[in-house]
Design a protein around this ligand. Structure first.
Ligand SMILES: Nc1nc2c(c(=O)[nH]1)N[C@H]1C(S)=C(S)[C@@H](COP(=O)(O)O)O[C@H]1N2
Ligand SMILES: [Mo]
Length: 240
């Protein structure tokens, strides 16, 4: 699909940008003066991740969203297994590493310059409560694509500042309604709800939605440890 002779302006490059949904996203400038998208695209002419391409092109079922008027600000119950970590937002970095060609370490300004996705969805906790919440943030698929996953990637681990950890299947992580949120109910995400970044998605139960996410590691196999609650007996896929 992408041959070594492709020049930067050849069709495959443009079609990659279109497939990646990143056309016009000139927001991240690298030290070489290229946008990160350009530098990523320029390195594309190496083994292409067919599994990722297939997952990105396969239409995923969108979960119907709610109107803003349906938000239930008082129904969301804080659920924190240990403590609320203190995070300095000026030095904060989100890392993306593991089986990737382009490991990332991104500050919040960079993340917030990426396209914003907002959705109003139902958060469901296994402990028997639910709340309709608005989340705003960056699509996980945009971050994952920037890191150029290697061909054998099948899972994503999420690391949190409080020691919480989670793992997801790649398809769920690439779902267009799976975001790393920095807004909640149309205001900056509060510390107790996971600031500066937390997972939000209408396709997973509450315990999959890690708060205070500091890093993502892409892997081909799951380790023995799969997630904080999963390792205590809860179901791993936890789909809604
Ligand atoms: N890092 C971290 N993420 C977490 C948890 C946690 O204790 N630590 N609790 C989970 C559970 S069980 C739920 S229901 C939601 C609750 O999110 P909230 O506290 O914003 O309501 O966060 C999830 N993410
Ligand atoms: Mo939960």
């Amino acid at each position: 699909m992408h041959s070594p002779s492709d020049t930067p302006d050849s069709l495959p490059r443009r079609s990659f940008l279109r497939i990646a949904g990143l056309t016009g996203a000139g927001w991240i400038v690298t030290s070489a003066g290229l946008t990160l998208v350009e530098s990523v695209a320029g390195k594309l002419f190496m083994p292409v991740n067919d599994r990722l391409d297939a997952l990105l092109l396969k239409p995923q079922k969108l979960i119907p969203e709610f109107p803003v008027s349906a938000i239930e600000p008082d129904a969301l119950i804080e659920n924190t297994f240990r403590f609320i970590p203190r995070i300095d937002q000026t030095t904060f970095r989100l890392t993306v590493d593991g089986a990737v060609n382009k490991p990332l370490s991104l500050d919040l300004t960079t993340i917030q310059q990426m396209p914003l996705t907002s959705m109003v969805m139902r958060h469901v906790c296994v402990e028997g409560w639910a709340a309709i919440v608005q989340w705003g943030g960056v699509r996980l698929r945009d971050l994952i694509q920037l890191a150029q996953p290697k061909a054998d990637v099948r899972y994503v681990y999420f690391h949190s500042a409080d020691g919480y950890y989670e793992s997801w299947d790649l398809a769920s992580a690439l779902h267009p309604q799976t975001v790393l949120a920095y807004q909640m109910n149309r205001a900056p995400l509060p510390a107790k709800n996971g600031a500066p970044l937390r997972l939000a998605s209408p396709i997973k139960l509450g315990y999959k939605l890690s708060k205070w996410v500091t890093g993502m590691t892409l892997v081909s196999e799951l380790a023995q440890q799969k997630g904080y609650w999963e390792d205590l007996g809860y179901e791993w896929f936890a789909g809604l």
